[in-house]
Design a protein around this ligand. Structure first.
Ligand SMILES: Cc1cc2nc3c(=O)[nH]c(=O)nc-3n(C[C@H](O)[C@H](O)[C@H](O)COP(=O)(O)OP(=O)(O)OC[C@H]3O[C@@H](n4cnc5c(N)ncnc54)[C@H](O)[C@@H]3O)c2cc1C
Length: 314
């Protein structure tokens, strides 16, 4: 049966949107590949209002349980391979060839971790090279690791890794971090974190697993820094393959261009969360949730009057 809305994603923006669409009594499908999305990789969340401190997996469990408490929300775990316009709305096709149809679609597909693009990165992926320090640090108890990057994920990742690893190198191509001062203070407090600034990694070397990283300038007189693990935390790229294929307008950084109602350039297609250019591209739980709520409101308005700009209250 055709749904009122298909929400693609199982992260913060998607679950929030589903809570709102269910309360607007819209028949809702929420479908995604990975439950909890990026949120489950946050080790410690201190800026979700109402929770002084909560870990990412617990927060996302709460989101999911809240969204699924409504009978009108159908939950599906699958990768969406295509979204195509049909006479009455849109058809979603999954990896196994099955399909769903919906009158409107909300892309809440988040982002994918950026790769470094150096020799050895692909060869040692999963053999010492990973893209989530907070998820994988546990496997490096007593070892030496390098965390690459200077933003929130890198600095938080280094702080978490330092709780288990013997030694952590935090390697950044610039001379200061862009991360929240809260996390910069945390890494400054750790004796086992050493900063390697103004430095690029040229190559990841190893045998069966990673044994070191080649730098563009010597550090402590070493050109190859011996490490057992490399956590690449150099940012993310919006997951816009599907909206791009449909012809949605994207901004210069590849995010879905949305208006203040989270409507894309294609009528009936909306976006919310890290995948959009909304909220000044400030990728956070609060902004993803806010955009999910606004999108649901606009979808309700669109289904009532064909106008996604006014929303239900407009
Ligand atoms: C290490 C780390 C720590 C963080 N800490 C904080 C913090 O303390 N505070 C804070 O506010 N923010 C934090 N963030 C940012 C926050 O996690 C994100 O901004 C937020 O989770 C984004 O939610 P989203 O719903 O937009 O996307 P995501 O959570 O990325 O969800 C995207 C969803 O789309 C699905 N998907 C993508 N493509 C497809 C497809 N083709 N088919 C099916 N499903 C698909 C994915 O499987 C996933 O379920 C942190 C991020 C990281 C990486």
């Amino acid at each position: 049966m055709q749904k009122d809305v298909a929400i693609i994603g199982l992260g913060c923006a998607a679950y929030t949107a589903a809570i709102y669409t269910a309360r607007y009594k819209l028949d809702t499908l929420i479908v995604g590949e990975e439950e909890g999305g990026m949120g489950v990789t946050a080790a410690e969340v201190g800026n979700w209002p109402g929770e002084v401190e909560i870990n990412g997996p617990d927060l996302m469990d709460k989101f999911k349980n809240h969204a699924l408490s409504y009978d009108l929300v159908e939950h599906k775990i699958a990768r969406v391979e295509s979204v195509i316009k049909n006479d009455e709305g849109f058809t979603l096709t999954y990896q196994n060839g099955e399909t769903s149809t919906a009158k409107t679609v909300l892309f809440a597909t988040g982002s994918n971790k950026r790769h470094l693009g150096v020799t050895g990165e692909e060869e040692f992926a999963g053999k010492g090279v990973t893209y989530c320090a907070t998820c994988d640090a546990f496997f490096y108890r007593g070892k030496t690791v390098a965390v690459l990057g200077g933003g929130d994920s890198a600095v938080e990742g280094a702080a978490i890794a330092a709780q288990v690893a013997e030694k952590v190198y935090l390697i950044h191509r610039r001379n200061e971090f862009r991360a929240e001062p809260f996390w910069v203070d945390k890494v400054n407090e750790k004796d086992n974190i050493e900063f390697v600034l103004n430095t690029n990694v040229l190559e990841i070397v190893g045998e069966q697993t990673v044994t070191g990283i080649k730098l563009d300038k010597p550090f402590n007189e070493e050109e190859v820094l011996p490490v057992n693990g490399v956590f690449i935390e150099i940012g993310s790229l919006p997951a816009t393959a599907l909206p791009k294929e449909m012809g949605c307008d994207l901004d210069e950084k590849g995010h879905i261009k949305v208006d203040s109602g989270m409507q894309s350039s294609i009528p009936g297609i909306f976006g919310a969360g890290d995948v959009t250019n909304g909220s000044n591209r400030f990728a956070q739980f609060t902004t993803a949730a806010g955009e999910g709520a606004v999108a649901a409101n606009s979808i309700f308005g669109y289904l009532q009057s064909g106008d996604g700009h006014s929303g239900a209250m407009g």
